[in-house]
Design a protein around this ligand. Structure first.
Ligand SMILES: Nc1ncnc2c1ncn2[C@@H]1O[C@H](COP(=O)(O)OP(=O)(O)OP(=O)(O)O)[C@@H](O)[C@H]1O
Ligand SMILES: [Mg+2]
Length: 486
């Protein structure tokens, strides 16, 4: 495995590079500056002392010269050399010679010094550094009264030693910091990597369909936030998975019942010698079961299309008053058979923005419920109204009503209230609500004992929307058998 794959190793390497870079920068910038400053300080010190020493030497007699030069050398901690011009009357042939020297040995390097003649010629102090016998010196040459020159030469060994000491300490401190940074970086990254690996394992479990173990991380940083988000995702996926399994179980159960019944009738028809009347009765029941199966299959198809977002809705002007009368026409025969009085209340002008076919499908679901879940002889009223910019189609009946504890659940898939007048699959209201939401509306339930009011609420179409040609109210109804399919 590539050793640099782990976050710890990469972080450690990154820290090492940064620290090494910082050390090199210190060595290239800080150390030379320190050295320059120390040399300048030494030169400054010599420059400051030179005039006093110059005047002391000029004013001393030949007898006291040696004593004066020695004490001057001791006071500035430098070698003092006192030059005199060899031929002061002829400047072009001018040369300096060593008149006195605080050092007991005057070597050739002093006689050939380049600063003293320059100071003599320019008649101003000159300073600089030089290396002699592998050692560096700071030098200041100072001309006295247009004649002699005092040369102060101080060794820089001490200053340079200090610089070397600082450099060595910096390297040691840098190495310690590097080792500490590597250690801390590696440990911190390892802890971090361990948390990441735990999240990775949790993600793997979720990807594999195992939602049983919660995702947790006690950190309050970004990883903690990520774990909390993953936990929310796990709970949501677990819910969806549960809903999916329940849906499949319910759907197979609902499909099995009519198929089982059809199988039984077919066997009876095949085996028994039945009189035509019983045969006709069987055939009618079988037709009913097939109708139930067809409706169920269409509902399931609608739901699965809603789930995958494959149902598209138009945004056109839909006249709900016209829709109510279409519904009444469609259901008049059924209402007559079940002895319900079907009333349409013409309310305000009620143009909604939505999809005519889908709005009609919802209306059919509500009207059918009002007719099948209520006892014969009770009235069913369809009405329309405008409400705060929305338009409402109301289907009201005077049946048994929906008890409050069921009111929230009747919109769930496959939910039915036991012991009702009729039994369906429990899918109608779920489809109605999802379709209404797809159009930006909703289906509301007002349950009062002895009365049930379902309301389809859709956004109202503004006047100009109806006029701009995008959608005038649709023409009369389409075929009823297109009701539940897309
Ligand atoms: N107008 C109503 N009066 C009384 N109960 C109702 C009414 N409308 C719906 N319900 C109750 O709500 C349940 C769910 O209704 P929904 O339309 O979703 O399913 P369903 O009518 O049973 O079956 P289907 O899928 O064929 O419509 C019904 O089973 C019924 O118990
Ligand atoms: Mg129904």
């Amino acid at each position: 495995m590539n050793p640099l794959r782990s976050v710890g190793a990469r972080l450690g390497l990154g820290l090492a590079i940064v620290l090494t870079g910082a050390l090199v920068l210190v060595d290239l910038i800080v150390v030379p500056t320190l050295e320059r400053n120390l040399v300048n300080a030494k030169l400054g010190q010599l420059r400051e002392a030179a005039p006093t020493i110059g005047s002391q030497l000029v004013n001393s007699s030949p007898f006291t010269l040696d004593e004066v030069i020695q004490s001057a050398a001791a006071s500035v901690n430098a070698r003092v050399i006192y030059f005199h011009p060899l031929n002061p009357d002829n400047p072009s042939a001018l040369r300096l010679f060593v008149f006195a020297d605080s050092s007991p040995v005057t070597l050739g390097d002093v006689e050939s010094d380049r600063l003293a003649p320059r100071a003599f010629l320019d008649q101003q102090p000159v300073s600089g550094t030089l290396t002699s016998d592998g050692e560096r010196y700071a030098e200041v040459a100072y001309p006295v009264l247009g004649g002699p020159v005092v040369l102060l030469r101080a060794s820089l060994a001490d200053s340079l030693q200090s610089v070397q000491l600082v450099r060595r300490r910096l390297v040691i401190a840098g190495l310690i910091a590097l080792a500490a940074a590597l250690l801390v970086g590696y440990v911190a990254a390892s802890l971090f990597a361990r948390r990441i690996r735990r999240l990775e394992r949790a993600a793997d479990r979720i990807a594999g369909g195992d939602f049983s173990e919660p995702v947790s991380d006690r950190g309050r940083d970004e990883l903690g936030d990520l774990a909390a988000t993953m936990e929310r995702m796990r709970q949501r996926l677990a819910q969806l998975e549960h809903a999916r399994r329940e849906f499949i179980a319910n759907a197979s159960h609902e499909l099995r019942t009519p198929i089982f019944s059809l199988g039984g009738f077919l066997e009876l028809l095949d085996e028994e010698d039945l009189d035509p009347e019983t045969q006709a009765e069987f055939m009618a029941t079988m037709r009913e079961q097939i109708e139930r199966l067809t409706k169920l299959a269409t509902d399931l198809l609608d739901l699965s299309r809603l789930d995958v977002g494959r149902i598209r809705v138009e945004q056109e002007a839909v006249d709900l008053a016209e829709l109510a009368s279409t519904l009444a026409d469609e259901f008049r025969a059924v209402a007559q058979t079940s002895r319900h009085e079907l009333v349409v209340d013409g309310g305000d002008e009620a143009t909604a923005l939505g999809d005519w076919e889908r709005a009609l499908q919802i209306g059919r679901i509500l009207a059918e419920n009002a007719l099948v879940h209520t006892p014969a002889g009770t009235p069913v009223r369809l009405s329309t109204a405008r409400r705060d910019g929305s338009v409402v189609l109301t289907v009201e009946d005077e049946g048994p009503g929906i008890p409050p504890e069921h009111a929230d659940h009747v919109f769930e898939r496959f939910y039915r209230i036991e012991g009702g007048v009729a039994s369906g699959s429990g899918l109608g209201l779920a489809i109605a609500r999802e379709l209404a939401e797809l159009m930006g509306g909703s289906v509301e339930l007002h349950a009062i004992p002895g009365r049930t009011i379902f309301a389809l609420v859709l956004p109202g179409a503004s006047e100009d929307k109806g006029q701009n040609g995008q959608g005038f109210p649709r023409g009369k109804a389409t075929a009823p058998d297109a009701a539940r399919s897309s």
